[in-house]
Design a protein around this ligand. Sequence first.
Ligand SMILES: [Fe+2]
Ligand SMILES: [Fe+2]
Length: 347
Amino acid sequence: MTTPIRMTRERVSADNKRIINNDRTVDINQLVPIKYKWAWSFYLDGCNNHWMPTEVSMQRDIEQWKDPKGFTDDERHIIKRTLGFFSTAETLVGNNIVLAIFKHVDNPEARQYLLRQAFEEAIHVHAFQYIVESLSMDETEMFNMYREVEEIYNKDEFTMGHTDHILDPKFTTMTQEGIQRFLENLVGLYVITEGIFFYSGFVMMLSFGRQNRIPGTCEQIQYILRDESVHMNFGIELINTIIQENPQVWTPEFQELTVQRIKHAVELEYLYAKECLPKNILGLNPDLLKEYVQYIADRRLERLHLPKQYNAANPFPWMSEVIDLKKEKNFFETRVTEYQTGGALEW
Ligand SMILES: [Fe+2]
Ligand SMILES: [Fe+2]
């Protein structure tokens, strides 16, 4: 939302700033004084993590993918399904930020991060376009998958269902119900899509990387995973701050509804994982993926101060190592460039 600038000698006080429903005594164009230091710090982390897909060599991936013996049919299926899911999911996320979230988040430091995040989503879309093109995959097959494969469609449809209310021109965050719908959107985007729906894909793809297969693709997935961890951490901070500033909306009923949505997402993610990987391949199987998705869902619930639902153990402790990127080399050691990072990531 924009408001006219007015001439005044009254200066902005950080105390008056809010994430949403800014009382308009605070200029939304004025970043400083910063109230939400975490938002600025996530913005700096994002900038420090900058990367471009075309910096990553796809040569070995191309050789391996062209080799008829390079992958079994089941392995090719997993790779295609994962790339097919991500190639449109990243666009859905970018659109949600620009069209649904940005308008209603009035705070300039949070908007600064959203602008950075929107660009990162464009980089992620670019990464999947670059991978699909490099491997000479059928582009129409890959980019239509979200309409043609039920398990992918169901996830995307669930994600987009959280955006419809917000896109209604009459939507406002000035009512309790409006704030709840907005929080639903934020949970749908940051906790469910970026925090749950991406993760069985990350595990499946990075399992190839651990065998030094499709290393260029896996290096890009690793950077995406790092970016997504920051996105999710920003989103959870945003959600918790909005709740803190509007505690009346966080009713027991709304908390229960949020838990139920997350549980439904876990179910959809399991069905998707089972479709991609119906049997034991790469040391993975549908049951292990289910356990992992339940484990990360519990972590997300805890961050929202909601009760854990599964008490599952982490079957892939190596994933924590990939996410902790404070290393001299990246996890797969395909390049020596170290991007800076703003600190250990909680994920
Ligand atoms: Fe992304
Ligand atoms: Fe993201």
